[in-house]
Design a protein around this ligand. Structure first.
Ligand code: ADP
Ligand code: MG
Length: 331
């Protein structure tokens, strides 16, 4: 059982950033409005995600840690996925690749905690916590040295964690996020913070974009808002004159889920084909929203690829909406 768990776990948890992604998504699914992420040594020795979400009742803690146990979906509903999680794989996978402990308090319940070591779930114990959930993952891949070898420097892993936190922060502007580096113990150093945004969706998104991509981007981008056959495209895209400096600043979301999809990235590039001389990565934060029936998010366990029922439609929408918006802005 342990060995099988560890093999399957590799699918979901490849590095600290993928663990952080799963844990922050769980916090968001739990309705959290404040999420704190702390990492030590690039997340290799410690990842801690604290939230103020709905919590887990003590009696449900062992279930939450069992494979394919999810509170978010009932088999009949696989096509109508609104939450980030739906497989019930993350917590058991994390429990198989590191020392996992969960402390949680659901409304009207006492706080409780449980630990998992080597895939073995310990007893549920009383704990102290005012609300929400704290998940700690220590010593990632300590039991699988082969995987440990594949991890990059602390700095590179911390950077990947930051990237994941920023993507999810972009997806949920109404939630507040803090990322701390607690290497060496103590309060640590805040490496990213975004207060919860207010106002309507566009206000909130603009505020969050400024926070993540910088004022420079906010002032040199255009709003996009288009619809075609049930696919809605909204967001902001950089003017061709915007220089993003180093690093890729492309944030793409499908039904609120951060994706890194080749088709969408290609469409974005296609929209700027006339302008791209050196920079082949136009900066943008784009959100596609549609009926879940029109898109399959179930392609890969890491869930960053999607499959549109009509890929040409998605591509056409992005290319034409962006070209139109750029033309309107005089480009
Ligand atoms: P999934 O997210 O696919 O349901 P997970 O293994 O990530 O599977 O989580 C299992 C279950 O544990 C979730 O369905 C949820 O009920 C519970 N859970 C996990 N993290 C949290 C959290 N931060 N707050 C509240 N409940 C949580
Ligand atoms: Mg999950």
């Amino acid at each position: 059982e342990g060995a099988i768990n560890r093999i399957a776990a590799g699918e979901v948890v490849e590095r600290p950033a993928s663990a952080v992604k799963e844990l922050v998504e769980n916090a968001l699914d739990a309705g959290a409005r404040r999420i704190e992420v702390a990492i030590a040594d690039g997340g290799k020795t410690l990842i801690r995600v604290s939230d103020d979400g709905c919590g887990i009742a003590g009696g449900d803690l062992p279930l939450a840690l069992s494979r394919h146990a999810t509170s978010k979906i009932d088999g009949s509903d696989l096509l109508n996925i609104h939450s980030f999680g739906f497989r019930g794989e993350a917590l058991p996978s994390l429990g198989a690749v590191g020392r996992l402990s969960i402390t949680s308090r659901a409304a009207g319940e006492d706080a409780a905690a449980v630990s998992v070591t080597g895939g073995r779930i310990g007893p549920v114990k009383p704990a102290a916590l005012s609300r929400g959930t704290i998940v700690e993952l220590r010593d990632l891949f300590h039991a699988t040295p082969a995987r440990l070898k594949f991890m990059r420097s602390d700095r590179a892993e911390a950077q990947a964690v930051m990237d994941v936190v920023k993507r999810l922060a972009m997806a949920e502007p109404f939630a507040g996020f803090t990322l701390r580096d607690v290497t060496g113990g103590g309060e640590g150093r805040v490496s990213f913070r975004a207060e919860a945004e207010t106002g309507d969706m566009f206000d909130a998104l603009q505020g969050r974009l400024g926070r993540i991509l910088g004022r420079e981007f906010a002032e040199n981008s255009i709003a996009v808002d288009a619809e075609r056959e049930g696919l809605h495209l909204t967001g902001y895209a950089a003017l061709p004159t915007y220089s993003r400096g180093s690093g890729v600043a492309q944030y793409l979301f499908v039904n609120g889920r951060p994706v890194r999809d080749k088709l969408l990235i290609g469409a974005l590039r296609g929209a700027y084909a006339d302008f791209l001389s050196r920079d082949r990565h136009p900066a943008a934060a784009l959100f596609i929203d549609c009926d879940p029936q029109l898109v399959d998010v179930n392609v890969h366990p890491a869930k960053s690829e999607v499959r549109f029922r009509d890929p040409g439609l998605a591509r056409g929408l992005i290319v034409s909406a962006l070209r139109h918006a750029l033309a309107e802005a005089g480009h």
